[in-house]
Design a protein around this ligand. Structure first.
Ligand SMILES: [Zn+2]
Ligand SMILES: [Zn+2]
Length: 388
């Protein structure tokens, strides 16, 4: 690094300073500002205003997920630190020579999956399952920084007259929930959301706005159960913990409660947002014959499906959901957020973001210990990097 390289503040995982396996958190440090080189004709530099802290960033914080992907990508690029973060709102400040999609001064969010455009899926328009995708903040430097360099094809211009900037910064995770809700038609149908974490909370708002007739939440944590209620769930149920000799098992009491709320039929759609084996069985058992199970929760390893014949003989539809359809999910996301009648922006800001108070942290005030408390107390912390 030459002495006149401009520096910026960023939050990183730095393998020269910390061993992945015996550390936690992120390091706040000065790193070189990204610059456009001759190879970046299709990229832009964005000045970050707000960045959302994702569940996957919690996985990195506690070293529970993405370690192999980060370390392998550092090996590939022969570097030692990764700037984390992939949910952002910022301002385009510099353009590569070939960029025509956006202009300097545009306010943009970004799709976090950088797709190749060349593989079978990309050529068939299924860009969200690109065979060669890179993920911002994991295999490409991320947005927990004052500036980020991104390919222009990832950008999503956003009208801040219609979407407030803190919420514009979390269109990407909101879009995950929109994508889950696009798996099947929800109009006029009772649904259950199993797991009211951040994305589950978004699903509650979106399912309601897209016309679901009843939204039932299932949540263990009392704080999240309360948030689910405030966001308009018709009922919030608490599952019992599965016994240790059958940790995969569904909860018969919970299933009976869901049946009772739906005239003995079961719901049309169950969203599995947890990734626990028992939650998947609860989802499968809570849907009516011919119903849909939308699987969003992630876990590694094997699962046991109870009464597997039921999946086939009841003609259930199973949907795995990843990322967002590029960019049609973003268009629906924009329509839902820009609509001033559905109350979604107010609900996100007042309830999920706690009115913009403690969960929004300015980078100048950021320190590891305090932020560690905030990521445990709030579903969607946001880091502010610039005033506007
Ligand atoms: Zn995310
Ligand atoms: Zn591809």
């Amino acid at each position: 690094m030459s002495t006149d390289t401009p520096l910026m503040t960023a939050l990183t995982f730095d393998r020269l300073r910390e061993d992945w396996h015996c550390s936690t958190g992120l390091i706040k440090e000065k790193v070189p500002r990204p610059v456009l080189t001759d190879n970046d004709r299709d990229s832009v530099i964005i000045r970050v205003q707000y960045a959302g802290f994702c569940g996957s960033d919690r996985g990195i914080w506690w070293r529970k997920a993405f370690g192999d992907m980060i370390l392998d990508s550092l090996d590939d690029s022969q570097t030692d630190k990764r700037i984390v973060g992939h949910e952002l709102l910022g301002e385009v400040v510099e353009l590569g020579a070939d960029v025509t999609r956006v202009r300097v001064g545009d306010r943009v969010s970004a799709e976090s999956h950088i797709v190749c455009g060349m593989c079978l899926q990309c050529l068939n328009g299924e860009l969200h399952v690109c065979a060669n995708d890179k993920i911002i903040g994991i295999s490409h430097d991320g947005c927990f920084a004052e500036y980020i360099k991104l390919p222009a094809k990832c950008l999503w211009p956003t009208n801040l007259d219609k979407i407030r900037p803190e919420i514009a910064a979390i269109q990407e995770p909101f879009g995950n929930a929109v994508h889950a809700c696009q798996a099947t038609d929800l109009r006029g149908k009772p649904v259950v959301v199993i797991g009211c974490g951040t994305i589950g909370l978004f699903v509650i708002l979106i399912a309601r706005a897209l016309g679901a007739s009843m939204v039932i939440g299932v949540e263990v944590d009392p704080h999240h159960a309360e948030l689910a209620k405030q966001l308009g769930c018709d009922a919030v149920l608490k599952p019992s913990m599965p016994s240790s000799d059958a940790p995969y098992a569904s909860d018969p009491t919970l299933i009976a409660q869901i049946q009772e709320l739906t005239d003995g039929l079961g719901v049309d759609v169950a969203f599995e947002m947890v990734g626990h084996n028992s939650a998947l069985n609860n989802a499968i058992k809570s849907v009516r014959r011919g119903g849909h199970v939308v699987m969003f929760g992630v876990r590694n390893g094997n699962v046991i499906i109870e009464d597997y014949h039921r999946v086939v003989m009841n003609g259930l539809h199973m949907h795995g959901v990843v990322g967002r359809r590029i960019f049609d999910t973003w268009e629906t996301t924009r329509a839902l957020l820009e609509n001033q009648d559905n109350g979604i922006q107010e609900a996100i800001f007042n309830i999920i973001l706690a009115g913009g108070t403690e969960p929004i942290v300015h980078i100048n005030d950021w320190n590891k210990d305090e932020f560690e408390g905030i990521i445990q107390r709030y579903p969607k912390p946001i880091i502010q990097f610039a005033e506007q």
